[in-house]
Each structure stands twice: as C-alpha cells, then as structure tokens.
Design a binder for this molecule. Structure first.
Ligand SMILES: NC(=O)c1ccc[n+]([C@@H]2O[C@H](COP(=O)([O-])OP(=O)(O)OC[C@H]3O[C@@H](n4cnc5c(N)ncnc54)[C@H](O)[C@@H]3O)[C@@H](O)[C@H]2O)c1
Length: 272
C-alpha cells in the first residue's frame, strides 16, 4: 500500500482569500497527500469565502487573523493550540502594499507605505514562524511565497520587490536559527499567476503574456504547480532542504533576454 506524503501532518494555511489564491493550490495538494489543515483569514468579509473552501478539504478550523496585529497573531496560535497540541507546518501566502504605489516609480514610495509593506509582507512571516516554532518539533517546516522581482527589477513591482528581497533574507536567517531544532524554512518564488493580489499590480496582463512567451517552458505556471512544489518542501521529501528560494516559474528566472521566437508585444493591450 502506498503511503501518502503528508499523512499524519497538521498544517496551518495563512493567506487564503478565494479559489484563485496560491494558498488554495497549496492547501489542495497538501490535503490530497493526507495533511490535516487549519486556515486563517483576514477580516470577517473573507470568512464566508474561506470557511466553505476549508470544508471542501475536510477542515473546520478557520480562525480570523490580521497579521499586522500582535494580539491577533497571539489569539490565532492560542486558538490553534486548543485544537492541536502540535503543529508540523505553516504556509504564509500573504503580501500587501498600497496599489497606487505599484505603478510609477519605486523612488516615489512613501515612508508610510514602505513601513506598511515591510510589516505585512516581511515581518509577518517572522512573527508567524516565531509562534509556530513553539508548537513544532524536529521535522517542522515553514514556507512563504516570493517573486522574482526580489532579485531583478520588474516593471511596477516597486516596493514589493524590496520587501520580497527582505523576505528571502529572513528565510535564510530563520533557517539558521531554527535548523538546530530540526525545523526548516523555505520560500517558493512563483511565476505570475492571476490572483486578487496580482490584480493590484499595474499591467499584470502584460507580465503574464511576457512570461508565457519567454519562459523556457513557454507558458505560465498554475496554483496547483506551486502546490506540488510546496508538498516537496513541506514533506519528508524536502528533509535536506532549508533556507532555499525555490523557483516555480516555468524557468523564467534564468532568462536574460526575449526569446528568439517570441514576438514583441504591445505593452498596453498585451497583444502581439
Ligand atoms: N500571484 C502572483 O503572481 C504571485 C507571484 C509570486 C508570489 N506571490 C505571492 O503569493 C502570496 C499570495 O498571494 P496570491 O497571489 O495568492 O493573492 P491572494 O490575494 O489570493 O492572497 C493574498 C492574501 O494576503 C492576505 N493578507 C493581506 N494582508 C493581510 C493581513 N494584514 N493579515 C492577514 N492576511 C493578509 C489576503 O487576505 C489574501 O488572502 C503573496 O505573498 C504574493 O506576493 C504571488
């Protein structure tokens, strides 16, 4: 009899907004492999969307948490502790910045939005891992989501690129801190995927089209493909991997220039 890869593992998924969310692709693949899941959602408005999705994967642990609030994070882990005495993995699929500043120039970013973007998109992962690690033993794993805009300049990504670079550095520092306890910390750098958060990025359609035409696999990736790589990093398959930023982007990160067969495309319409 073949054993499922995540049988007996319990994980908290943070950042599910709807069935387009990357968190949904990850949750589905983890559940398929036998994981037991809990979910956190931001604010009451999202509960009616998240609870039915959780139910589809056999979970009724659905807890409110705004990661910008220390109290809210404390309450989340307190409540989670009432359901489970031990946690095996967490997924952090959360990021935020003022939409108005995800167009135009990075250099015009305001102090307030810089601080807010770093707080929600970077510090929150540290704050979550800090609390989650107390419920984890050896074999524990944490995963966050990043984007190539951390490594190279991407149009419109602006302050989010700076935040993702800091997020990736925090993955490395936490991998060292927690490695001694047998806890692993990794990131997946996902190619562009049409989600609620992505719709805030200027000209996102153009980015999608460009990646489709120029990535080595000549297509975009899906939520499910990110989910499959997450299973590898969160399960025993990834037991020797920590502090890594793993690209799930149809190979786009290795490209230096437009592909020979790719047409130039119109920046406004995204059409060839
Ligand atoms: N979609 C892409 O192209 C892409 C590519 C690479 C990386 N990512 C990253 O993947 C992650 C998930 O985003 P997504 O694309 O699935 O979009 P999404 O809109 O489905 O998910 C973003 C989530 O962040 C949550 N969030 C924002 N502020 C929060 C707060 N203060 N407290 C709690 N939750 C909060 C939202 O509620 C939402 O569930 C993000 O970190 C994003 O930067 C996305």
């Amino acid at each position: 009899m073949s054993m499922k890869l995540m049988e007996g593992k319990r994980g908290l998924i943070m950042g599910l907004a709807n069935d387009k969310s990357i968190a949904w692709g990850i949750a589905q693949k983890c559940a398929e492999q036998g994981a037991e899941l809990a979910f956190s959602y931001q604010g009451d408005a999202l509960k009616k969307r998240v609870a039915p999705l959780a139910e589809r994967l056999g979970s009724n642990i659905v807890i409110e948490c705004d990661v910008a609030e220390e109290n809210s994070l404390d309450r989340l882990f307190e409540e989670l502790g009432q359901h489970w005495d031990k946690l095996d993995f967490i997924v952090h699929a959360i990021g935020f910045s003022d939409k108005e500043q995800l167009r135009g120039r990075y250099v015009d970013t305001t102090r307030d939005n810089f601080a807010m973007t770093m707080d929600i998109s970077v510090y929150s992962f540290t704050a979550v891992v800090q609390r989650a690690a107390r419920m984890m033993g050896p074999g524990g794993a944490a995963l966050t989501l990043t984007y190539y805009g951390a490594e190279r300049v991407m149009p419109h990504y602006n302050v989010m690129g700076v935040a993702k670079a800091a997020l990736e550095a925090s993955v490395r520092y936490m991998a060292e801190d927690l490695g001694k306890d047998g806890i692993r910390v990794n990131a997946i750098s996902a190619g562009p995927i049409k989600t609620l958060a992505a719709s805030g990025i200027g000209d996102f359609r153009y980015i999608l089209k460009w990646n489709e035409l120029n990535s080595p696999l000549r297509r975009n990736v899906t939520q499910e493909e990110v989910g499959k790589a997450a299973v590898y990093l969160l399960s025993d398959l990834g037991s020797g991997v920590t502090g890594e930023t793993h690209h799930v982007d149809a190979g786009y990160h290795l490209v230096g220039m437009k592909a020979v067969d790719a047409p130039d495309i119109d920046a406004v319409t995204g059409r060839k």
